[in-house]
Design a protein around this ligand. Structure first.
Ligand code: DC
Length: 443
């Protein structure tokens, strides 16, 4: 599955580029601006002043909007009739910009967009796709161009459609709409912090399509990469031995993501956790390991070669965090133990946890895969059976992140750890019949 978000101001050529890329990749294209235009059209037809927030909100329940796809081509029906080109006039452009500022209108159109993106590969264009609709999109592009270049394109397009206007008028309207769209309080048209900026002022449409496809192909390639040759050599050589001698039984194998970045979170019993997880994941997994391991001569070379990420546990290791986030975003699985320490012979519900997993989940916006390692009594032994449970990946949208921050990271880590504990049949975390173990430990 690949979800591509293309945001940017009007006239940057988003829709023609997105349409063409969608065709080349064989995925549907959703033009979200058309949804706002349709609401604008309805209000205009109903004689509602589009800048009157209450007036527009009051008529929203009457808007019967249906979005369908035929051969990947989007069609919008308003009250059962195809809106066609009626939404493409300058008047409706401005009406769409007006209504898109209104929170009730955005809320009205939110689910249609989000639900589609949750279930399908899609390329969507708009203003808030990468920031609000699909914050965890695999590809985010902010497509823009100088206002003069955009106005000239729009002017030519309108002229070709026989619509009488002047370049100056189009430029003035475009500037007004840009200002309104980018400065509004709700979902302003601004690039997502992790989007790729593409300025196509000096590019032809074909060149822009080529540039977008190049970005998409690069992401797809990174998502499919299995790992470095050095790691895969060890993986294939030692994996069967580890699985045999650790007597591993894997449950939920189907939950292991076959491609793309993810954050694997597991309970931590002993060093063998690392081998067990690496042995059951078919791709290279990058462990976040305490920096002390990197200080052992020889071993340092080995774990560096295997792609481990060094973490200084004494303070806030910003570099380790950035490295982990970039690695996951780049399409690789990373592993973190939310407990931070090993706890042999202790059920995970009885231990404190740290908040790093929640923080990485928020920043990297990749699915989180919970794992519970369960040897008998949480103690490893030679040839002693190890049950390894892989849970369903938790999607970014399931965390309900808003603005980030300590309490959100804590809640997210608790959610992840709770899933881990439940997978191993230990109950939820923190246990409802116990004091918060994290608190107990720190007191
Ligand atoms: O992309 P467009 O010109 O068809 O968009 C029409 C208007 O709709 C635009 O002025 C801003 C608004 N819009 C929005 O607020 N959010 C989106 N995702 C898409 C469009």
């Amino acid at each position: 599955m690949i979800r591509i978000a293309i945001d940017g101001p009007g006239g940057a050529g988003k829709s023609s580029v997105a349409k063409s890329v969608a065709k080349k990749l064989g995925i549907p294209y959703m033009d979200t601006g058309a949804l706002y235009r349709t609401v604008g059209l309805f209000m205009k037809n109903a004689g509602v002043d589009t800048s009157d927030e209450d007036g527009v909100a009051a008529r929203l329940p009457d808007v019967r909007l249906d979005l369908t796809f035929e051969d990947g081509k989007q069609k919008i029906l308003l009250g059962g009739t195809d809106v066609g080109d009626r939404i493409r006039t300058q008047e409706i452009s401005m009406a769409a910009s007006d209504v898109s500022k209104i929170p009730a209108v955005r809320a009205f159109l939110l689910n249609t967009q989000k639900e589609f993106a949750a279930k399908n590969s899609v390329i969507m264009d708009g203003r808030d796709i990468g920031t609000v609709i699909i914050p965890d999109a695999e590809v985010k592009i902010f497509l823009t161009a100088k206002p003069e270049a955009r106005a000239m394109r729009r002017f030519t397009e309108l002229k070709e459609r026989g619509i009488e206007t002047t370049y100056e008028k189009v430029l003035a309207e475009m500037n007004e709409r840009d200002l309104q769209d980018s400065t509004r309080a709700i979902a302003p048209c601004v690039p997502a912090e992790d989007s790729i900026l593409l300025d196509n002022s000096d590019l032809t449409q074909e060149e822009t399509i080529g540039a977008v496809l190049k970005i998409v192909k690069k992401v797809q390639k990174a998502r499919k990469k299995r790992g470095s040759a050095f790691y895969m050599f060890f993986r294939y050589l030692l994996g069967p031995f580890v699985r045999f001698f650790c007597n591993i039984r894997v449950h939920g194998k189907e939950n292991i993501p076959r491609e793309g970045g993810c954050l694997i979170c597991s309970n931590h019993i002993g060093i063998r956790d690392v081998l067990a997880i690496a042995a059951v994941f078919p791709r290279q997994v990058r462990f976040i390991a305490k920096k002390e391991w990197f200080q052992i001569p020889g071993f340092r070379l080995l774990i560096k070669g295997l792609g481990a990420i060094s973490l200084d546990r004494t303070g806030n290791d910003v570099d380790a965090l950035k490295n982990a986030v970039a690695t996951a975003k780049g399409g690789a699985p990373i592993v973190i133990f939310p407990q931070g320490h090993r706890y042999p012979a202790v059920p995970p519900t009885e231990t404190p946890i740290k908040n790093g997993a929640g923080l990485i989940a928020y920043r990297a916006k990749v699915p989180v895969v919970p794992i519970c390692l369960c040897p008998k009594d949480f103690k490893y032994g030679f040839m002693k059976r190890l049950d390894l449970y892989v849970g369903k990946p938790i999607l970014y949208s399931e965390f309900g992140f808003e603005k980030g921050g300590f309490s959100e990271y804590k809640a997210a880590t608790e959610k992840i750890f709770s899933e881990i504990c439940e997978l191993g049949g230990c109950g939820s975390y923190p246990r409802s019949d116990a004091n918060d173990p994290a608190k107990e430990k720190s007191e």
